[in-house]
Design a protein around this ligand. Sequence first.
Ligand code: C5P
Length: 245
Amino acid sequence: MTANPIFCAIDTPDLAIASRLAAQIADHVGGLKLGLEFFCANGPEGVRQIARAAGKDIFLDLKLHDIPNTVAAALQAVIPLKPRYLTLHATGGLDMLKAAREAAYEAADKTAAAPPKLIAVTVLTSFDQADLAEIGVNATVSEQAHRLAALAAEAGLDGLVCSAHEAKLLKSEFGHLLRIVPGIRPATGEVHDQKRVMTPAQALEEGASLLVIGRPITQAADPKDAARRIAADIGIVATRASQAQ
Ligand code: C5P
């Protein structure tokens, strides 16, 4: 059975809305992405509730960044939630990334759970050349993203967040790293504030491993139908058992 690569970004602080959405779309997505706004509002118990409502893999998009010891402790604290994917900032440096990886493996060992796939965020898409210069980085955005991707690879992380436009190049250079791709829009939909979008099928062709899709599903008049159509477009048939790899 083909794994469903669609992770829906449930970007809301409202637990009731998130639970309802999760249950509605569960049959048509591989998992759900919960980010900072959800986590700050609802904490670990909120994550558990969404996981129960959907019975799906959770992508915890916390973008951790602190001293190695603190990030390792944060990892240990979230392992009981059994996230399938977890993000951290590659700018935290090699020691932080390695400490996170070790902590994930140790904590997962203790709970006999699979460790989460650790996903590095390189340069945020809200950053441009001037923003980088402002924080003292004298490299182009793509040079900096490349440098941080290499750091993530060296630390033994599992994947990168990247645009679909970079996926092919990153696949050729860091083929073993998963490519987690936001900025996905169905061919006939609105693009919202995303500047460089691709359709789900194009993004997969370019080498995306996982598609992060938010508003095209969550703000559709019928989220379940929107998720079903997107899944059907990439040849995924509804099943509760489908899980992203
Ligand atoms: O609604 P939309 O499909 O644009 O949501 C995309 C999701 O991916 C949001 O949760 C957004 O924060 C996240 N994301 C992004 N671009 C990045 C990194 C993450 O859109 N570079």
